[in-house]
Structure formats: C-alpha cells, structure tokens
Design a protein around this ligand. Structure first.
Ligand code: GLA
Length: 390
C-alpha cells in the first residue's frame, strides 16, 4: 500500500485526500459453466487481488495507471466519451465499469486519478479482470457517495465486461469478488441470485490451486461458442418443456427429454450444464454434512464432465488433474473457463508437501511446463481499505 501511494504521488502529484481500495481474485470450487445456464456455482474470494489508490479530479478526465503494466504509462480518457479502445488494453475494464455506472446510474461530476496494483497471477483464470472491475466500482461508489448496493454493482461490472469489453461472461466472477466473505464459499443460484454463505472449515485438508501456466489462447471465442450451443439446446428443449434455462431441469427430466436436441455435440454441452448444476447442489450438501470424500468425488466427476462432455479442458489441465489424482488428491478439477488456467485440489494436509513436489514433477514430464501452487486462503470481497488494515 505504501508503494502504491508513493507511485500515485509520483504519477499524479501530492494534494487532496487519497483513498485505498481492494478487490480479491476468485476460485470456483465446483459449478463450472453453469452460471450463464441459470444454474448454481460455488466460488470463494481469494486473499490475493487488486489494490488501488484513488482521488477525485477537478475536471472530467480519467487518468489510470497500473504498476503491473508500467510500460503503458498513464492511460487517459474523457468521462464524457468513454469507448473501448484496443490500445487502452487493461484500462478498458475500469473504463467499462465507469461507463456502465454513468449509463445506468448517474453521470459523474468529476474525473478520477487511480493507480492499481494486482498480485493475482495474470491469465491464470483467477479473475484478475473481474477484480479490477469491482475495485473500480467500489472506488466510484465510495468517492461519489452513489449508494449503489453491492449486488447492483456486481451486475454493472458484469455489464461492463459483456457490453464494453465484449466478453459474454456469466455473473459468477463478479459476484464472488463483490460478495466474498472470509473463510466462506458462496452457493449462488445464478437464475435468481439467491445465495448462501457456506463456512469452509477444513480440519485436516487444504485447498490447493495449481497453475498450468498455459495461456488461455482463443478462450473467449470458444467460451462464446459453448454459450451459443447451450442456448441452442435450450431452444430445442423449450419446444416441449416450459423452462427458462437449463438450470431449471433435473438430471431425470433432462434424460427423459434429451431426444429433443437433434445435434449430438449440443446434447453433450447441455448434459454437462444440467448434471453439473445438480452436482454442485449435492456437493455443498455433502460439505455441510462434513463428507469431504463425497465432495472430492464430485469435484472429480465435474472435471470428467468438463473434459468429455463440455470439452473445455485440454492437454495441460488434464495432465495436471491426472497427476493430482495419482498423488492422492481427494478431489481435483479444472476451475474457471478452462482451456488453460488453474486446477483446484482438495488434499490431505499431511500430503501437501509431497503432493506439490510430485504433481509438479509429473506435470513437467507430461508437458514440459512448470506449475505454481498456492494454498487457498479465502478472503473478503471488494472493500475500502482503512489505515488500520494497511
Ligand atoms: C469464466 C466466466 C464465468 C463462468 C466461468 C465458467 O470465469 O467469466 O462467468 O462462466 O468462466 O464457469
């Protein structure tokens, strides 16, 4: 925070009050590619994220600087005409959130200077983009006293990503980051936005994130393709069924009516969405009953379904999960959109050291890539950072 403030003063000068903010990254424990299908997800906020220091300006300028992209310098935009610009790169996320707030809520009277610093590994599927969106939302809400409630802010951040940046994501990432709570995961019904905090008290186990270190090339277009396939399945099912999303279907109902879907690939995509939704609800029940083996087994089934039916894993994620299974993980699966990024693993605490050593080794042999491991520490959602916390 000290370095962030010093960088701010160096870039934008010393005067006026500086306020500090934070938004975490997220990891999803189970419930993948269900959010935009009206199903359930079960993510939690991490204790790594995006920090920001901000100050209002007298004019209508927005001046943004990231310590993670210093070579790009200060990126400037006028509040009165915020547009997506390829060359603005990372700054399109904060610009998009401010544009969404101005469009749906209120035109801002003044511009802002903001410096960001993030410690979420980049491109790892831990939602560094939703993190910068939410930190920006909280900055604007706080500095202009807009009183936007948190769920609305979450929706505005998703809107920014959908309409301004052009990635057709669901609501999971923004919700987990906006609504996260220390030591809890969130069971979220993405259709109704009903949610429940579930305490994650692991006595003899740890959750471990492993990064494939494989960049998610082409991920956005394949992501949108999966969404379209699910929408196609829904339209075909709606010929006979009165449903508004795939999340409305039980596995039993799906099995009975899947003949309505005339394309085998589309059928597989829908199958994943329906089974994964039911699996997620069951997994959380098991966790609440202290059945960690059961929870882990459903994580494994989730990965197999994402590999075989949804086909969003790929060589690296499969190799990393395979290695985790071999090394005794109680549960292991890809997490996030897929096509690279991270896995999430449930591992007995006394095995953690060997697990990290051996999984890293197997993975290197299989892919020639190295892995980074992080023991999950579940943190709070986006917030103002007070001096005490600094
Ligand atoms: C990405 C999207 C989310 C969600 C996941 C898959 O992280 O941003 O909305 O769809 O993929 O579960």
């Amino acid at each position: 925070m000290e370095t962030l403030k010093n960088t701010f003063i160096k870039q934008f000068g010393q005067r006026g009050e500086l306020v500090s903010f934070y938004a975490p990254g997220r990891v999803n424990l189970i419930g993948e590619h269900t959010d935009y299908n009206g199903g359930h997800v079960f993510p939690c906020a991490l204790s790594v994220g995006t920090y920001a220091v901000a100050r209002k300006r007298q004019d209508k300028l927005l001046r943004l600087y990231s310590m993670n992209f210093e070579d790009r310098g200060v990126i400037e935009a006028d509040l009165r005409g915020l547009n997506f610009k390829e060359e603005d790169d990372w700054a399109n996320y904060p610009k998009g959130v401010i544009a969404a707030i101005q469009q749906s809520f209120q035109v801002l009277p003044n511009g802002l200077d903001i410096v960001f610093y993030g410690n979420i590994p980049n491109g790892a599927g831990l939602s560094s983009s939703a993190s910068i969106e939410l930190v920006t939302g909280v900055i604007v809400n706080e500095l202009f006293q807009l009183q936007i409630n948190r769920v609305d802010l979450v929706k505005l951040a998703q809107q920014a990503e959908n309409n301004f940046v052009g990635v057709n994501c669901g609501i999971m990432d923004q919700f987990a980051i906006g609504m996260g709570k220390k030591d809890h995961a969130i069971l979220l019904n993405c259709e109704t936005l009903d949610y429940h905090y579930t305490p994650i008290h692991l006595n003899t186990e740890k959750l471990i994130i492993a990064n494939t270190n494989k960049r998610r090339g082409l991920a956005d277009s394949k992501y949108n393709e999966r969404r379209n396939q699910c929408e196609e399945a829904l339209v075909q099912l709606q010929k006979k069924l009165n449903i508004t999303s795939l999340g409305d279907l039980t596995v039993k109902e799906f099995e009975k009516h899947k003949y309505l879907i005339n394309d085998e690939i589309v059928k597989k995509r829908a199958k994943h969405a329906v089974y994964e939704n039911e699996r997620t609800v069951r997994a959380v029940e098991m966790l609440n009953n202290g059945d960690l083996n059961g929870f882990g087994e459903l994580m494994n089934q989730s990965h197999k379904s994402l590999r075989d039916d949804y086909e969003v894993t790929g060589k690296e994620l499969d190799a990393l999960v395979q290695a985790a299974w071999k090394e005794g993980a109680m549960g292991a699966r890809m997490t996030g959109a897929g096509f690279g990024g991270c896995t999430i693993n449930l591992v007995k605490e006394d095995l953690v050291e060997d697990f990290i050593q051996n999984v890293g080794e197997h993975y290197r042999k299989a892919t020639n890539l190295t892995t980074d491991f992080y023991v999950v520490d579940i943190g709070d959602g986006a917030k103002v950072v007070t001096e005490v916390e600094i």
